[in-house]
Write a protein that binds this ligand. Sequence first.
Ligand code: HEM
Length: 310
Amino acid sequence: MPSYKPHIPRIVDPDGVDTSIEPRAMGLTTDETRAAMVKQTGGDPMVDFEGTSNPYIDYQSIDLLLSLQHPRSPGYDEMSFFVMGQVKELLFRGLHFELVNAQMQIRQDEVGNALQILHRADAFVGYIADSWDVLTTITSEGFNEFRDHLSTASGQLSFMYRHVEFVLGNKSRGLADAHRNVPHVWPAILEALESPSLYDDVIALLARRGMAIDDEALDRDWSEPYAPNPSVEAAWREIYETTTANDEIHRLGEALVSLDQQFSIYRWRHFTSVERIIGYKPGTGGSSGVGWLEHVTKHHFFPELWAIAN
Ligand code: HEM
């Protein structure tokens, strides 16, 4: 990108922003009130609002959200990096919400609901992977203009991303511990680390559906990363060999492997983008950088579902 000090347009006067994180008071509208309103406005958009805000700003605290972009360097590319970082955190949150709810539906044997939810989770991961379309427009020299201002900040310290990895079963006490000193984040990370993952609940479902699953796959130290289990592989192989794609457990297997594949694509795009931007320089988070990212591209959350293809 051009190397000149960017102009950052002032969009919101910070003095006017309600900085509370609580939801703002809002009324409700109904089909009836909307029909009455359109009669009043003659079909034109509403433009008169009382007070010092409007419903769109208040519904998602948009003025607060759009007051949180603070690039720290004179580097032109930092604003796109900053915004995409926040966008990805929101997408990780949206994905995590879907995964946790899919897990709850599986616990209640509501596989149909879980399949619907996993379809959206899959779309979220695809969208997160596509966020690299913007990030790969950041060149090495553009990144170097602001990299020092990241200090030791790294996506590796993303607690929202860690929640996504943990609900999918890729547990790491070491990476969880990075948040031990953050009192408003640590309890939830610790609980996620020490709780069964979505896949642990899928395996419990297979057992409830009569598959012969080893005890050590049904009850284990949930804080340990998931390791492949022969009885789980045998169960999936039997399901794939004896049921059609209409069977809901067969379809659950397909939904999980699709999600896993999308995640590999996201990790791969991160790895290749970072290789292009920083080469094999160490990461800001203290890891070997690209070497570390390459390593995680090989991880599968649901290894048996890949093994049965062999
Ligand atoms: C475009 C510039 C980027 C570069 C050069 C980059 C580089 C890296 C590197 C080297 C690592 C390994 C850990 C470390 O030592 O820091 C890493 C990890 C990570 N980065 Fe990025 N990153 C970039 C953008 C982003 C953005 C915008 C996000 C969004 C939140 C992100 C999310 C992550 C996550 C979640 C990890 C941990 C991966 C894992 O634990 O498997 N990265 N990144």
